[in-house]
Design a protein around this ligand. Structure first.
Ligand code: SF4
Length: 342
């Protein structure tokens, strides 16, 4: 049994993907994020398979995401000094917005800029690399029942049709022996099925754990990428890059930005090789929505905790944030340094 909200399950799937991608095959360099997509469709878990060498070059542009305006500037910035309006493609919207993006990009050291008379010239710090190889979307449904299966079938069919991702999967927890085959059969045939076995009888924590063997492939997905490499229109290519950039900046551990690790009841608990949030007041993994300042049991950590270095310097809230950020950075380092390992 997975007792803790779809959110808790989602974190376990993210950690599994980080440990074991590609399921049932040779490892691939990847970064994992969650809750990304387009206005119309938000995916639970997103795996970005990367070219490690190009990924290392991407790191030269910093640890933060590049949004669409910055990408427009950084991708097309010229090797030598040029007036930005000559160098960049027509944006299709007023140039003054591009000028703002030029200033922002220069402020983050993503490009160089100088003023010549009343013209702003730019040049690149290096070519923006082609680091994204494939985008994989995973939809998480720990308890797959008939209504969830029907809703999911529609969403996955949409994913297959738009081919924004290269591959889509359903992750579901094996309850009893197997997930009911009839439910799985109602999924689009192109979607892969990953059956997780996170629930374990004997753990020190809440009865679930994750490691690299914690899931099995029930059905392999089809490749949704167009056969011809130039088959995606430029708008789709840009949208995919924007998603990958958001995944790069956000990772999957950034829930501390929206939850309340500064609440005295907030803990991180070990679930096998994952750390997941736990609310001591509720006795379970809280949802993102309930773990907020309006939570009736919210209780700010006492100021003394922050000053006494208890149990982590800066107080538990700050310590938890730093720990999660460090882990996100460590994943980026590993992917970039494993250039020869994949
Ligand atoms: S008591 Fe509320 S705010 Fe505090 S950790 Fe639990 S869910 Fe979050």
């Amino acid at each position: 049994m997975i007792p803790d909200s779809e959110f808790g399950y989602e974190l376990l799937v993210c950690r599994y993907a980080e440990l074991a991608w590609y399921p049932g095959a040779d490892p691939r360099a990847e970064i994992v994020s969650r809750q990304l997509g387009t206005q119309r469709r938000r995916w639970d878990t997103v795996v970005i398979e990367v070219d490690p060498e190009a990924f290392a070059a991407r790191r030269a542009f910093g640890d933060r995401s590049l949004d669409s305006d910055l990408l427009h500037v950084v991708r097309d910035a010229p090797e030598g000094w040029e007036w930005y309006r000559d160098a960049l493609p027509d944006p299709g919207y007023p140039w003054r917005y591009v000028r703002q993006a030029v200033h922002r990009a220069a402020g983050r050291d993503l490009i160089e800029k100088r003023r010549r008379g009343n013209r702003i010239e730019i040049r690149r710090i290096g070519p923006y690399p082609d680091w994204v190889e494939r985008i994989v979307a995973i939809e998480n449904k720990p308890d797959l029942d008939r209504s969830a299966a029907d809703a999911l079938a529609d969403q996955l069919a949409h994913d297959v049709e738009t081919a924004l991702a290269d591959e889509v999967w359903l992750a579901t927890e094996a309850t009893g022996d197997r997930v009911e085959p009839a439910l799985l059969r109602s999924m689009p045939v192109e979607a892969g099925i990953l059956t997780t076995g996170f629930a374990v009888e004997e753990t020190r924590t809440d009865g679930f754990a994750v490691d690299e063997t914690a899931a099995a492939v029930d059905w392999l997905p089809s490749d949704l990428a167009p056969g011809d490499p130039g088959g995606r229109d430029p708008e789709t290519v840009t949208r995919r890059l924007e998603i990958a950039e958001r995944a790069y900046g956000k990772g999957w551990r950034s829930y501390h930005d929206t939850m309340r690790p500064d609440c005295r009841h907030f803990e991180l608990r070990r679930a096998g090789r994952a750390l997941v949030p736990h609310c001591a007041a509720k006795g379970r993994c809280p949802t993102v929505r309930e773990c907020s300042g309006s939570c009736p049991e919210f209780s700010p950590e006492p100021p003394a905790w922050r000053t006494r270095g208890w149990p982590i310097e800066g107080g538990p809230g700050k310590g938890i944030r730093e720990l999660l950020e460090r882990r996100r950075g460590r994943v980026r380092d590993r992917v970039a340094s494993d250039r020869d390992g994949f």
